[in-house]
Design a protein around this ligand. Structure first.
Ligand code: URP
Ligand code: ZN
Ligand code: ZN
Length: 470
């Protein structure tokens, strides 16, 4: 192989979930070919036509965001990032793989849903992508299709205990899907909120004239997240120990349910998101209709819950931080819920902000540098069968690599972000650390803070099954 197709990154601090080492990284044919401690003869022997200087910077694996919703039709509108704009923004934020959710429409097959999502993403993405499947209609056919999807690389299935009449599955359907997953290696992802009870509380709140965004947080009670989390765990046990991954965990009591299950040795995993770690019901209560910007489900919680989430991330009761990126513009989309909070489309933007916000958590002392890489890169890759192709820097891994400046200061703002949404949930937040250069399979996508990638570079990436299971 001639040195012209090779790149070497010199002098940076390579940080993976397992190690920190001043090392030079050789990339060949889109993959990591070798690492050698900087300044040693072994490092000097790593020659390449292209050199990137990472002195004073971190060299980290590209982020893996395992929970995004590009172009999701929801709440009478659709998420405002396309696969093109959303994956470009992901790259700007140091994320080089997304796992998005294909949706089964009620009365249709999983195949139809998956085909539709492939059609949206094909040729559009700046970084690599995979799919989970949302099960909206569990029946004999869709259960059989689950096996086929696992075999072709869609090995995780989201079920909803919330949103009756939309994505909701009753306990019987959930049990059937879990039984199937316990036999085929699939991972059940659960939106754990008691949606039937929540809908009663929504109706009662609206009847009392409580229409503001903050009431969204009040009706979606902590107890109803904890109850649903507990029920999901018990259903998974009844189903023969189906592995369970609880998405967007927001409440201390839900973390406790997951921790209790894990203490029993059950295959139960938990994800939280930056919005629950950095935002709170104070945002939902912002004056006027501003709180609509923060409407998502599970909802933002009182800030007291944040300590339990950080603790869960440190103790590994929570394994992953994903964004649940599901942006809706304030103008024309969030505004659909003026006068009725239940009509505000649910979801927040964040795919561009996750790596920086979690680096800020390192700066603030919540997590270590390696834990940052674990929860944002390695664990989501392992959880969803992408490791070690994604999520680490090691010989043979895809050269999805970020050169990260840990000292740069930035202020997060809609004025400067690249997501296709007219506000930032973190407007004005000052953070230390910034992505400088991003490689996707060895190709520059961001070079010294310029986008040099292209729609269509990103490749569909089939996945194996969850790598936390025996
Ligand atoms: O509010 C949210 N989370 N919107 C996206 C759909 C979901 O439940 O993940
Ligand atoms: Zn959800
Ligand atoms: Zn989601």
């Amino acid at each position: 192989m001639s040195s012209s197709s090779r790149t070497v990154i010199r002098g940076g601090l390579v940080v993976t979930a397992a190690d920190e080492l001043h090392a030079d990284v050789l990339i060949e044919d889109g993959r990591v070919a070798a690492l050698a401690a900087s300044g040693t003869p072994a490092a000097e022997s790593l020659t390449a036509a292209h050199t990137l200087d990472a002195t004073g910077k971190y060299v980290i694996p590209g982020g893996v965001d395992a929970h995004t919703h590009m172009e999701l039709p929801f709440g009478g509108t659709a998420a405002s990032d396309t696969f093109e704009t959303g994956t470009r923004a992901a790259a700007w934020g140091g994320t080089t793989t997304i796992v998005d959710f294909a949706v089964q429409a009620v009365g249709r097959s999983l195949r139809d849903g998956l085909d539709a999502w492939h059609a949206k993403a094909d040729g559009q993405c700046a970084v690599d992508y995979s799919f989970h499947m949302i099960l909206s209609d569990v029946d004999e056919n869709s259960l059989k299709e689950m096996d086929l999807l696992v075999d072709e690389g869609v090995s995780s299935f989201k079920l909803f205990m919330a949103y009756p009449g939309v994505f909701y599955s009753d306990d019987g359907k959930i049990l059937r899907a879990m039984q199937r997953a316990s036999g085929n290696g699939g991972l059940i992802m659960m939106h754990a909120e008691n949606g039937i009870a929540i809908d009663v509380l929504v109706e009662q709140a609206l009847a009392r004239g409580e229409t503001d965004p903050r009431h969204h947080g009040e009706v979606r009670k902590v107890l109803l997240e904890a109850e649903a989390t507990h029920r999901a765990v018990q259903l998974a046990r009844v189903a023969g120990g189906a592995p369970l991954y609880v998405v967007h965990v927001s409440a201390e009591e839900a973390v406790a349910e997951i921790a209790a299950a894990r203490d029993k040795g059950l295959d139960v995993f938990g994800e939280t998101c930056p919005q629950y770690l950095f935002l709170s019901t104070d945002n939902l209560a912002e004056p006027g209709f501003e709180g609509a910007k923060y409407v998502c489900s599970t909802p933002l919680r009182p800030r007291e819950h944040q300590a339990a989430l950080w603790r869960g991330l440190r103790t590994n009761d929570l394994q992953v931080v994903s964004t649940d990126h599901c942006p809706f513009c304030f103008t024309g989309q969030k505004e659909l819920g003026r006068g009725d909070f239940s009509k505000i489309p649910n979801g927040l933007p964040g795919v561009e902000n996750r790596m920086d916000l979690l680096h800020q958590a390192v700066v603030d002392g919540h997590i270590s540098r390696r834990r940052w890489i674990e929860i944002a890169c390695a664990a989501p890759a392992r959880m969803f069968g992408l490791y070690p192709k994604k999520g680490t820097i090691a010989p043979g891994a895809d050269a999805d690599i970020v050169i990260y400046d840990p000292h740069a200061e930035q202020v997060i703002s809609a004025e400067t972000h690249h997501m296709n949404v007219d506000y930032s949930a973190y407007e004005g937040k000052r953070v230390t650390g910034r992505v400088e250069t991003v490689l996707s399979r060895g190709e520059p996508v961001i070079a010294d803070r310029r986008f040099v990638g292209r729609a269509g570079h990103g490749a569909y990436t089939p996945r194996s099954t969850c790598q936390y299971l025996n």
